[in-house]
Design a protein around this ligand. Structure first.
Ligand SMILES: [Zn+2]
Length: 96
């Protein structure tokens, strides 16, 4: 925090690139939280992550086994997507 001029900066950590800013004066680097989260996801540091896939005309996201077990999710249950201030929340509605 020397208040030096910042320049765009990209570095690769554990094989995954991360974009942020670097101080021209002291060399300190800064990365926005969105970039940090993306980096954590792409390096496998976040557990419950699934990649979005496309099958035919459908966009598919599979559920992690751990989540299926813990939430007791079965075929014909419903998942309700709710936008919240913190992001998207999923609610499991158990069918008959
Ligand atoms: Zn600095």
């Amino acid at each position: 925090m020397c208040k030096g001029e910042l320049e765009k900066h990209k570095e690769v950590n554990e094989g995954v690139g991360i974009k942020g800013w670097k101080c021209k004066k002291c060399g300190e680097t800064f990365f926005p939280s969105s970039e940090m989260l993306k980096w954590e996801v792409l390096t496998g540091k976040r557990g419950l992550v699934r990649k979005v896939r496309k099958i035919g005309n459908s966009i598919i996201v599979t559920l992690p086994k751990k989540l299926v077990k813990e939430e007791d999710i079965h075929k014909d249950d419903y998942i309700l997507f709710e936008r919240t201030k913190k992001g998207m929340a999923l609610k499991i509605i158990h069918g008959e």
